[in-house]
Design a protein around this ligand. Structure first.
Ligand SMILES: Cc1cc2nc3c(=O)[nH]c(=O)nc-3n(C[C@H](O)[C@H](O)[C@H](O)COP(=O)(O)OP(=O)(O)OC[C@H]3O[C@@H](n4cnc5c(N)ncnc54)[C@H](O)[C@@H]3O)c2cc1C
Length: 423
């Protein structure tokens, strides 16, 4: 049996890795001239690894599969505790460490711990903003959630399906929504090893997929044929409709694509001549735009000169129309005000525009209110096509590297099972 895997992001690499482990021949077709997709470690900008895409491991071992690779490869990691190593501009005004601000304000604390007490469950068609209002969140709490939680989720509250986030309110250990870790060696130390020994064809942007008997795929780098294919294309690429599926995708897939949205997720990365803050401070939560800033300084000496602004949803919708130069100026102004250095200048900066990237067309997926089943529909196999990629992960795993891996391993297992059934 031969399988084509479309896309060499984490989902595609995991799929090909698990197919290979099962003794199934797989070829990965990737449109870009590099692997990794939305995980993209740059080593030129600052002379040490800077993450232009995924930055952190969200969660702990053993639940989070990335840790199996971190341990296997002996990679160094750093835990971001977000209490004494992060500063927040409070809604009451003034700057505190996150730990002090949370201790002082139970209102803020609740938006970080998600310990909500006995509250009604979200309704099926409710957006997260409406739900939080219904259970009594104040204006200040809504702003905290928008600045931090919703910004990290990839879109504004009105686009987030409240029911899809309900796991948070029950699974929370009260410490923080997620326990976050940085791979100090760079995320690429992981994905290059995951890809080792796989058959990967770069510069093969797929333009057509014929899936009547077996699968025939047309790409910028030639045509390929196989018995089955695993589609790991980002949601934004599938929604843009630039790939000619023949026969057309079934109604269930079209319905799934309508129920999901690619959140606009952006980064601006600045390099300064010297550290702009005490290197023990790794993050700044500002009231401006971008609302979240972090530095790879924690646990890694010499990297406090780099600061990344992270902005999504309406923050991104505000800055994108400005264009690169004006948006970078706007970001610098926010940072200057936040740290009280009005004359701060940078040496170099990068505008990492995932929204206008033809191979992603957005940051990561959100499930729209009223479409709770969309992810499951997207994931359902339609042999000879099998489906993976972060948008097809269960709700609690979407928008994350380990969720993408989960979907790739899942699709590989589905193909393996189908082969055993037909044997
Ligand atoms: C700015 C940003 C920050 C993030 N931060 C984190 C984080 O800190 N932690 C975390 O866990 N997750 C984070 N994520 C999410 C994480 O990066 C993704 O969930 C995950 O990498 C998605 O993997 P994937 O394989 O599903 O998709 P992708 O990585 O997008 O892989 C799909 C592949 O398909 C290729 N492709 C697209 N079109 C074509 C075509 N026509 N033909 C052939 N190939 C094509 C793409 O080039 C790409 O390589 C972040 C994402 C972004 C954008």
């Amino acid at each position: 049996m031969k399988v084509l895997v479309i896309g060499a992001g984490i989902a595609g690499l995991a799929a090909a890795y698990h197919l290979k482990e099962a003794g199934i021949e797989a070829t990965v077709l990737e449109g870009r001239d590099r692997i990794g997709g939305r995980v993209w470690t740059d080593r030129d900008f600052a002379g040490f690894p800077v993450e232009f895409g995924a930055e952190l491991i969200h969660g702990r071992a053993p639940e989070v599969n990335t840790w199996r690779w971190v341990e296997k490869l002996g990679l160094k990691t750093w835990h971001w505790n977000k209490l004494d190593d992060s500063m927040i501009e409070t809604e009451a005004g003034g700057w505190l460490t996150m730990g002090a601000a949370r201790a002082q304000s139970p209102e803020l604390d609740m938006t970080r711990s998600w310990k909500l007490g006995a509250v009604p469950l979200p309704r099926a068609d409710e957006d997260l903003g409406a739900y939080l209002r219904r259970i009594g969140f104040s204006d200040a709490q809504m702003r905290y959630v928008q600045r931090s939680f919703a910004n990290a989720e990839g879109d504004s509250l009105r686009y987030l399906n409240a029911k899809a986030h309900a796991h948070l309110f029950h699974d929370s250990d009260g410490a923080d929504a997620y326990s976050d870790y940085r791979i100090l060696d760079g995320y690429d130390s992981y994905y290059t090893q995951l890809a080792a020994g796989l058959d990967i064809r770069l510069n093969c942007a797929v333009t057509a997929i014929r899936w009547a008997r077996g699968v025939k795929v047309e790409t910028a780098g030639g045509a390929f044929a196989a018995d089955a294919a695993i589609i790991t294309l980002p949601l934004g690429v599938l929604q843009a409709g630039g790939i000619d599926f023949s026969p057309a995708l079934p109604a269930s897939k079209i319905e799934a694509l309508r129920g999901l949205q690619m959140g606009p997720v952006m980064k601006m990365v600045y390099r300064f001549a010297e550290p702009i803050l005490d290197p023990a401070i790794g993050a700044v939560y500002a009231r401006g735009n971008p609302p979240m800033w972090w530095s790879p300084s924690l646990g890694r000496q010499g990297s406090a000169v780099v600061w990344t602004g992270f902005f999504t949803g309406d923050y991104a919708r505000e800055l994108l129309p400005l264009g690169e130069a004006a948006a970078l100026r706007h970001g610098l102004e926010t940072l200057r005000r936040a740290i009280g250095k009005p004359d701060l200048q940078y040496e170099d900066a990068r505008w990492v525009n995932w929204v206008e990237d033809e191979f992603t067309r957005g940051g990561y997926s959100v499930c729209l209110p009223g479409h709770y089943d969309a992810r499951e529909r997207l994931a359902a196999p339609t042999p000879p096509l099998y489906w993976a990629g972060e948008a097809s992960a269960p709700h609690h795993l979407t928008a994350m590297v380990h969720g993408a891996y989960f979907t790739g391993a899942r699709a590989a297992a589905e193909i393996q099972a189908s082969r055993e059934d037909s044997a």
